[in-house]
Write a protein that binds this ligand. Structure first.
Ligand code: SAH
Length: 228
């Protein structure tokens, strides 16, 4: 089995590289991909850089170049739901792009013709995440994750995303990975640990908790790989 793990920032993949140890590197499209050989699996890890376009490029390379059969995104997110606090883990049941707007032509907000408003993540991977959470006694919230190319640090914008997309967390890459995987028929899972609450103090919270939250997500994803 070949598994791809994507993070958008160095802090999101460093704990994985430290945990998995020896790797080979590949340079493609301005990014480095790390190849790890394990007993049952080959794991590719990518630091995609921030945002939907970069995440889509990394997911495409993972699938089309390295033949990854499953893709997991590990990283941090802003919490939208009141019960998601810094450090909590959230699993994206569905992913959407809150910044897609062709409503001028009568389409629903977030919808692109011949695509989907909500991309569903893979039950088989989400079930593994739930098993890991149970085994470790960790609470794992499942819900819609909304992605867009902005860092949300404003209570009004946050409320707008909740009202229009019913999302529990916001970030900048998940839906891009979801679109690529869905288009290519590759099961995917988006796991995030909360770094901030997407409100007026999100930037300060993000800086303080990025490293610890990114590590929490990475450790969780590494445990998932042991069960795949
Ligand atoms: N501090 C970084 C920029 C971080 S952008 C720099 O200066 O380079 C935020 C990253 O964390 C993105 O990868 C996004 O997916 C995630 N994220 C965390 N909180 C977020 C929020 N409130 N809104 C949007 N993305 C968020």
């Amino acid at each position: 089995m070949t598994i791809g793990i994507i993070g958008a920032m160095v802090e999101e993949i460093t704990p994985l590289l430290e945990r998995f140890g020896e790797h080979k590197t590949h340079s493609i499209g301005g990014n480095t991909y790390y190849e790890i050989s394990r007993e049952n699996h080959t794991i590719f890890i990518a630091y995609s850089k921030i945002g939907k376009v970069h995440a889509a490029l990394s997911a495409s390379v993972m699938i089309l170049k390295f033949n990854c059969e499953k893709i997991i995104f590990s990283g941090v997110a802003g919490g939208l739901s009141a019960d998601l606090k810094v450090g909590n883990l959230v699993l994206g049941s569905k992913l959407c792009q809150y910044d897609v707007d062709i409503t001028a032509f009568g389409h629903a907000l977030g919808f692109i013709p011949e695509s989907k408003l909500y991309m569903e993540s893979a039950t088989e991977l989400n079930d593994i995440a739930k098993e890991v959470a149970k085994a470790r006694g960790i609470a794992l919230k499942e819900g819609i994750i909304a992605s867009g190319d902005s860092f949300i640090a404003d209570s009004k914008k946050k409320q707008w995303i909740v009202e229009h997309f019913n999302a529990v967390a916001v970030e900048m890459e998940g839906a891009a990975v979801a679109v690529v995987c869905d288009s290519c028929g590759i099961p995917f899972c988006i796991l995030r640990s909360i770094s901030d609450s997407a409100d007026g103090s999100a930037d300060v919270s993000f800086d303080e908790f990025l490293e610890s939250s990114a590590k929490r997500s990475a450790d969780f994803v590494a445990s998932m790989c042991e069960r795949i």
